[in-house]
Design a protein. Structure first.
Length: 104
C-alpha cells in the first residue's frame, strides 16, 4: 500500500477546522429556526437534512480534490507523459495529454 502524502497532517488539521466551522454554522442556523418558527420540529428536520446534504457535498468535493492532486503528483513523478486534472464522465481523476508532433 502507498504511504500518506507528506502534507496529510495539514490536510487533517484543515478538515478539523472546516468541520468545526460547519458545526458552528449548523448550530447557529438551528437556533435561528427555533426562535423564528412556530413549529420548530419541522423546520429543524428540514434544516438538518439540508445542512447534512451540503456538508456531504462539500466533504465529497474536498475528497475528490485531494485524490485528484495526489493522482496528478504521482503521475508526474512516475511518468514522462503530460497529465491534466479534469472531470471525466468515466470517473477518471486525471487525463493524459498527448503532445502534438510536428509533421515530417
Amino acid at each position: 500500500m502507498a504511504t500518506a502524502p507528506a502534507g496529510s497532517g495539514f490536510q487533517n488539521k484543515n478538515r478539523v477546522a472546516i468541520l468545526a466551522e460547519l458545526d458552528k454554522e449548523k448550530k447557529k442556523l438551528l437556533m435561528q429556526n427555533q426562535s423564528s418558527s412556530n413549529s420548530p420540529g419541522a423546520s429543524i428536520a428540514l434544516s438538518r437534512s439540508s445542512l447534512n446534504k451540503d456538508f456531504r457535498d462539500h466533504a465529497e468535493q474536498q475528497h475528490i480534490a485531494a485524490q485528484q492532486k495526489a493522482a496528478l503528483q504521482h503521475a508526474h513523478a512516475h511518468s514522462s507523459g503530460y497529465f491534466i486534472t479534469q472531470d471525466s464522465s468515466f470517473g477518471n481523476l486525471i487525463l493524459p495529454v498527448l503532445p502534438r508532433l510536428d509533421p515530417d
